[in-house]
Design a protein around this ligand. Structure first.
Ligand SMILES: [Ca+2]
Ligand SMILES: [Ca+2]
Ligand SMILES: [Ca+2]
Ligand SMILES: [Ca+2]
Length: 226
């Protein structure tokens, strides 16, 4: 329910952005608009906007989704808006989003977006230690098709999880040399991290180095050379 009200509140706000095609005036003043999106008397969102002639341009929003007084979603809006198909409302186009999914006050998920809420890339701090060890690549159907995990937290991934296999760089030269197969993401991650049921993998057979070997529907948007 909170989510629904929130979307309506933000959509209405965006509706005031009649024309976003004008260039930003140099040195424009940024203003804050607090919103009680849950309508319970407590401010849980704040929008930052630039006032223009007969127009407000929303540029950044912060939300407190669980109402504990600390923001857990931070959204940067792109230059454009999109027309809602069923109402006169114009929707925001997010370009960047940072989320505190477990509400502990620290960001644990970062997303880079394209129009229509397609996610190009996301980074996740799965164990909450402040180090973003997991990078997720998406396809155009908004599905994660490759997950790279920096298992040893040394600045580069060593496990690459695709839809039906995981590749492992066991000797740290950034080239996968082992492969495991499985049917679920969890199974693949467990096998890859524990080096269970591994088989040798040549560079020529690696999905990471030969993206054309991957079925087209399972290729990531970024870097697949469509
Ligand atoms: Ca919160
Ligand atoms: Ca967190
Ligand atoms: Ca981490
Ligand atoms: Ca290697």
């Amino acid at each position: 329910m909170i989510r629904f009200v929130l979307i309506v509140a933000l959509s209405l706000f965006a509706f005031q952005c009649k024309d976003s095609s004008l260039p930003l005036p140099f040195g424009a003043e940024i203003r804050k608009m607090p919103v009680d999106s849950a309508e319970n008397g407590t401010i849980d969102s704040v929008g930052y906007y630039i006032p223009e002639k007969d127009n407000y341009r929303l540029i950044y929003v912060e939300l407190d989704k669980n109402g504990n007084g600390s923001s857990d979603e931070f959204i940067w809006q792109g230059h454009a808006t999109t027309q809602d198909p069923v109402s006169p409302v114009k929707n925001m186009v997010k370009v960047h989003e940072e989320v505190d999914e477990n509400h502990d006050g620290k960001i644990d998920l970062i997303r880079w977006l394209m129009p229509n809420e397609i996610i190009a890339l996301a980074q996740k701090d799965s164990d909450g230690d402040g180090y973003f060890e997991t990078t997720m690549y998406y396809n155009l159907k908004k599905r994660v098709v490759r997950r790279e995990i920096d298992v040893k937290k040394e600045g580069r991934p060593t496990v690459f999880i695709f839809v039906d296999r995981a590749e492992i760089d066991s000797d740290g030269d950034s080239i996968p040399d082992l492969v495991v197969y499985g049917t679920s993401d969890l199974e693949l991650e467990e096998k890859a991290i524990n080096l269970r049921d591994t088989k040798p993998l040549s560079k020529g057979a690696s999905y990471l180095f030969n993206l054309s070997l991957i079925p087209a529907s399972d290729r990531a948007i970024l870097g697949s050379g469509f």
